[in-house]
Design a protein around this ligand. Structure first.
Ligand code: BTN
Length: 244
């Protein structure tokens, strides 16, 4: 389903914006993917921008209708997409992980970001635009993004973007099917297995206080669970805690 229709755009502000505009006037098949050679105002999470040099990386947005997924399972969408990326990347490099909630890392460097924008109706998702920026052939990054890396940085190979897109869609599709079939346990288990810094003592900051802790996992609705040195496990929602 994902990637059965692929729309290549030469130049666009943001593929997520473009997909949203298209949906205003057209009905799009589920799994339609928009991909851009040049994305001029790529959006990251929050107010951040997404850096991608022209023609070197994948900047894509896909349109999904996860109508059976209840809002309480929102985090499972993020897990499915993150795992699709991990499945793809793990075929090429080692030490791929998901930095909670959905940054894709190789070792300590970010290789991909995900921007999920949903529309909810009657407690379920009527639509999702899933934006993915995946660094492929770019070697030098100039923005202040923390520790960016590309596949080429890691393997010293050049990749054919169309081949990468096909292979990625295949992996995303498998995880998306698992999601819409309600296989939340598998998604959740697999997610925990590849969670960045799980079980490792690290430094965090929450409520302007620095503390040492180790991630024990992620709770059902997506909170990051961190055990403190005092032996207490606390749950943090998105933006409530940062890695130091
Ligand atoms: C993040 O900050 O980690 C999320 C980055 C998401 C970037 C992608 S690139 C394709 C799509 N279009 C956008 O404007 N953003 C997403």
């Amino acid at each position: 389903m994902i990637g059965s229709t692929i729309v290549h755009l030469d130049k666009v502000d943001s593929t997520n914006n473009y997909a949203a505009r298209e949906l205003l006037t057209k009905s799009l098949n589920e799994g339609t993917v928009f991909t851009a050679t040049c994305q001029q105002s790529g959006r990251g999470t929050g107010i951040s921008q997404w850096e991608s040099s022209v023609g070197l990386n994948l900047t894509i947005s896909m349109v999904l209708y996860p109508r059976k997924i209840e809002v309480c399972n929102q985090f499972a969408i993020s897990q499915a997409i993150s795992l699709g990326l991990v499945d793809f990347l793990s075929q090429h490099v080692q030490k791929v992980s998901i930095k909670w909630p959905n940054d894709i890392y190789v070792d300590d460097r970010k290789i991909a970001g995900i921007l999920i924008e949903t529309v909810i109706s009657a407690g379920k998702f009527s639509r999702a635009i899933i934006g993915i920026g995946l660094n492929i052939n770019q070697e030098i990054f100039v923005s202040d993004a923390p520790n960016p890396v590309s596949l080429k940085n890691l393997t010293e190979r050049n990749y054919d973007l169309e081949e990468v897109l096909d292979a990625l869609c295949d992996k995303l599709d498998k995880r998306y099917l698992s999601l819409i079939h309600g296989d939340f346990d598998t998604l959740n288990n697999d997610y925990q297995q590849v969670l960045y810094k799980r079980g490792i003592w690290a430094n965090f900051r929450a409520d302007e206080i620095d503390f040492e802790g180790r991630i024990t996992g992620v709770g059902k609705d997506g909170p990051l669970l961190i055990e403190t040195r005092a032996g207490e496990v606390q749950g943090f929602m998105f933006k409530e805690v940062v890695f130091k």
